[in-house]
Design a binder for this molecule. Structure first.
Ligand SMILES: [Zn+2]
Ligand SMILES: [Zn+2]
Length: 276
């Protein structure tokens, strides 16, 4: 059984199951994807993804503002907390720093990220971090603000192994997306081999970044299986082992999602010696 730890369900492409979220979730369930974490890009879209979560027992949500999203007014720590609590988010994000693009200035990204980290710490919720070309600033803010007992995840991670190790040492998980299957992504496959298995998560980041053999199409949660298959091949272990361990990792990090795990998921994990 698999978990898609990062999908933008409210941004499903109209070409994917005619834009029908329930159909996309069913297609994923048919491939044994049992849990979905729907990620917010703005606070305004949180009520919409919360409505999706109310309709589907296997969907949980996050609350936050993406580093590259242009907002008329920067959210305060209080606004982030209030939104997360009201909509029962299991995590704060996605937040972070992306210096690869310059649509939002570094100063603004930095302050926005800091506020998210404070909100996450005050709510004792894990933080979902988007980080690109911003290694030192990302790690410095994590060290300053994140309680390692709560931790978080570096999602869709494409930076180097050293950065992954530093984050892992600070209580973080590393999440790999369909990029791991891309022909030119040998450095990400290196991560797939080297990051400890008990610190790995898998995600689609759908509708973006469809894995091989679906490249060029809009992505969907069902294709998280291809991510797990690639990691299994790189590590020389079974897909089942990757699936079970990344599922257990998910519930270990996102503790508020653990009570939502189905009885079937719990039984399978405990049979494998893993606990929710
Ligand atoms: Zn992201
Ligand atoms: Zn995302």
């Amino acid at each position: 059984m698999f978990v898609d730890s990062h999908c933008h369900l409210d941004r499903l492409d109209p070409r994917t199951h005619d834009g029908n979220i329930a159909a996309a979730l069913d297609a994923a369930r048919a491939r044994d994807v049992r849990q979905f974490l729907a990620i917010a890009v703005t606070l305004e879209e949180v009520p919409g993804i919360a409505a999706i979560a109310r309709e589907h027992d296997d969907v949980v949500i996050s609350a936050g503002v993406h580093p590259l999203h242009v907002v008329p007014e920067e959210p305060s720590v209080e606004a982030i907390k209030e939104c997360a609590e009201r909509h029962e988010a299991v995590a704060i994000g996605e937040t972070g720093l992306d210096y690869h693009y310059d649509g939002v200035s570094r100063e603004v990204q930095h302050e926005r990220f800091r506020r998210h980290l404070i909100a996450a710490t005050e709510l004792e919720l894990p933080v979902i971090i988007h980080t690109r070309a911003a290694r030192e600033d990302t790690l410095a803010l994590i060290r300053e603000h994140v309680d390692p007992r709560v931790g978080g995840v570096l999602h869709c991670f494409t930076e180097d192994l050293d950065m992954a190790r530093e984050a892992v040492a600070h209580g973080f998980m590393i999440s790999l997306s369909g990029i791991v299957t891309f022909r030119n992504a040998e450095s990400v496959r290196e991560l797939a081999r080297q990051v400890p298995l008990d610190r790995l998560l898998i995600e689609t980041d759908s509708p973006y970044l469809a894995p091989v053999p679906h490249r060029g199409k809009p992505n969907e949660p069902a294709w998280v299986v291809e991510v797990a298959e690639c990691i299994a091949e790189e590590r020389g272990i079974s897909v089942e082992e990757v699936a079970m361990q990344t599922t257990a990792n998910f519930y270990r990090l996102f503790k508020a999602a653990a009570p939502e795990a189905s009885a079937e998921v719990r039984e399978a994990l405990s049979r494998s010696g893993l606990v929710v």
